[in-house]
Design a binder for this molecule. Structure first.
Ligand SMILES: C[S@@+](CC[C@H](N)C(=O)[O-])C[C@H]1O[C@@H](n2cnc3c(N)ncnc32)[C@H](O)[C@@H]1O
Length: 284
């Protein structure tokens, strides 16, 4: 019996015309600030083919033609941006930073703000909300329930913000980073998911915001989390975003970045401080 060996290398490949590749790089950069390097064909294909199929198109090139023809179609534009953004997040991601908040940053801020009993925070690329909600739970644990606490979570993606607002998480999500004692205390079972209790949910307000926009309607904040989003931007965008974020932070307040991010050689006015194993940036 003859054996049929499938040679995957000889199968037709979905290819993106070089002009369309450059068009997509420009388009995604313009709409989100996200930089797509020239060797990310597989990424564009994996993320954008579902968008193409939804439009009943069979290739990325056809999708590009549609995007070129319908410049102002907000819905399609949003679908492309949603598809290209990475929403990876988890509860208490980067534990040393939460330890720094608990042991040093928050106690100092509490002393400074005792008269007004008011503190404000911003999770600047909030994704599905785990970062903002981790902070909310810490603040409750620290006995700040009676303070006027403002936590704002913003993101470019409407779809992910809807998830954040719902405060519902799958088992796999609560298994990642969330202490069991917090799961028991702050969540209730909702079918196959876990729902954050209302008193935690209502501490956070979510709204859509492109970090490249004018941020003057926000703040001033005591602590800003801008974690794991600058990595997607080019140097100039990073510089501008960091400068604008700095302007939203109170003197003496802090900026927390992701592990692969820094203000170094971008904005030199913030003071880099080590607190335990965490790095934080203090606004003088
Ligand atoms: C990897 S997640 C980071 C989530 C969370 N901060 C963390 O560290 O776990 C990056 C988020 O940045 C958002 N994002 C990408 N570009 C953005 C922009 N220009 N303005 C605001 N948010 C953006 C994405 O939608 C995504 O939810």
């Amino acid at each position: 019996m003859a054996l049929t060996i499938t040679d995957t290398a000889s199968q037709p490949k979905t290819e993106i015309h070089p002009d369309n590749y450059r068009f997509l790089q420009d388009y995604i950069y313009r709409e989100s600030g996200i930089v797509i390097d020239s060797d990310k064909h597989y990424l564009l294909e994996a993320r954008l083919m579902p968008v193409a199929r939804k439009q009943e198109l069979s290739s990325i090139d056809d999708l590009c033609n549609l995007l070129k023809a319908t410049v102002s179609t907000g819905e399609l534009r949003q679908q492309v941006v949603e598809a290209m953004t990475t929403h990876e997040t988890l509860f208490f991601r980067d534990l040393p930073q939460y330890d720094a908040l608990r042991t040093t940053i928050l106690p100092a801020l509490i002393e400074q703000r005792r008269a007004t009993a008011r503190l404000s925070f911003w999770s600047a690329a909030a994704s599905s909300g785990q970062e903002a909600y981790s902070l909310a739970m810490i603040l409750i644990e620290m006995g700040l329930r009676d303070w006027r606490i403002e936590i704002v979570g913003t993101d470019l993606s409407d779809a992910i913000l809807d998830r954040a607002r719902a405060g519902r998480f799958m088992q796999i999500e609560v298994n990642r980073g969330l202490p069991v004692s917090y799961l028991v205390k702050y969540f209730t079972r909702a079918g196959l998911e876990w729902e954050l209790k209302e008193d935690v949910r209502k501490m956070v307000t979510f709204r859509r915001m492109d970090l490249r926009d004018n941020l003057q309607t926000l703040g001033p904040f005591d602590v800003v989390f801008c974690r794991n989003v600058l990595i997607y931007f080019d140097t100039e965008t990073k510089r501008q975003v960091l400068q604008r974020i700095q302007d939203t932070i109170h003197h003496g307040g802090y900026l927390l970045l992701g592990g692969a991010e820094t203000t170094l050689s971008l904005v030199d006015t913030m003071e880099r401080v080590m607190i335990g194993q965490a790095v934080a940036y203090r606004v003088p």
